[in-house]
Write a protein that binds this ligand. Structure first.
Ligand code: NAP
Length: 269
């Protein structure tokens, strides 16, 4: 980015140790922002912070498990003491879950909701005092095209992202009077460590998806663009946009297509 529209702004990104979060840290830094990188793998964050600092901005790495309240409080104290406030919070940390709703365990479903939903709520709530009063403050929630439509074998994950979408809408109207914008970015299939980290229902594994994935850098580029424009809703990849439209206008037909595309693989079948 030639100009630096986020110059002197402070951006906090959860899940900044890999994939979309790491790419977002670099993209906001290229746009001039100071960046706070949060995740559990501190060595990864520190390596990323060195790269970010080479772009001429400040970087702060904080080891934080966002599912733990005390870690999140510590994170906000670090942001406050280092930068005195926050301009953009990117709620990106997330986890996938694969398998039919009948076969996923309650523990797996709770784990996915704990990170994708409860932690997003927890981090946002803790960050609000730092965002308040900052001109142009934003919360950017990373959802998924799968938050807009439930697909077979992905029901637990889809449900968690649908919850993110609903929270985003509520929060947007709750915070509008204070001038804090709340944006939703919904990536489609993206190259990252997501599939390595994803949980599978016992005996289930997903085959490679026959769709072209976006790079994490492309997603990050679109995120920074949305952030610059204050765009409320960004759905990425053409198949992702087609899916959301097809579901809206021909849901019955889309059910049948979704069933065919599910391509289920049972490891012990
Ligand atoms: N990849 C896709 O196809 C795709 C598509 C649509 C939406 N998304 C969404 O994009 C977001 C980023 O995913 P990604 O594709 O970049 O996957 P990824 O490479 O697996 O990144 C996930 C990030 O979340 C962090 N994380 C996991 N558990 C955490 C915890 N308890 N506390 C703090 N951080 C935690 C991980 O860091 P640590 O392990 O170091 O904590 C990692 O940095 C997720 O919300 C995902 O649902 C991904």
């Amino acid at each position: 980015m030639k100009t630096r529209p986020f110059k002197e702004r402070v951006v906090l990104i959860t899940g900044a140790s890999s994939g979309i979060g790491l790419a977002a840290a670099k993209a906001y830094a290229q746009a001039g922002a100071h960046v706070v990188l949060a995740a559990r793998r501190l060595n990864r964050l520190e390596e990323a912070a060195r790269e970010v600092e080479s772009l001429g901005v400040r970087a702060l790495s904080v080891r934080c498990d966002v599912t733990r309240g005390e870690d999140v409080e510590h994170l906000m104290r670090e942001v406050s003491s280092t930068f005195g406030g926050l301009d953009v919070l990117v709620n990106n940390a997330g986890l996938g879950l694969y398998g039919p709703l009948e076969s996923i365990s309650e523990e797996q479903l709770r784990q996915v909701f704990e990170l994708n939903v409860f932690a997003l709520w927890r981090v946002t709530r803790a960050a609000l005092p730092l965002l308040r009063g900052r001109k142009g403050a934003q919360v950017v929630n990373v959802s998924s095209v799968l938050g807009h439509r439930g697909l077979p074998l992905l029901g637990g994950y889809c449900a968690s992202k649908a919850a993110v979408n609903a929270m985003t809408e509520s929060l947007r109207t709750e915070l509008a009077p204070e001038g804090i914008r709340v944006l939703l970015v919904s990536p489609g299939l993206t190259e990252s460590e997501f599939r390595e980290h994803r949980m599978n229902a016992r005996g289930w594994a997903q085959q490679a998806v026959p769709l072209k994935a976006m790079s994490a850098e492309q997603v990050a580029h679109e995120m920074v663009r949305a952030s610059l424009r204050g765009r409320r809703d960004t759905i990425l990849t053409l198949p992702g946009r087609i899916m959301v439209l097809a579901n809206r206008f021909v849901p019955g037909l889309f059910d049948r297509i979704a069933h065919r595309m599910a391509n289920p693989v049972k490891k012990d079948a």
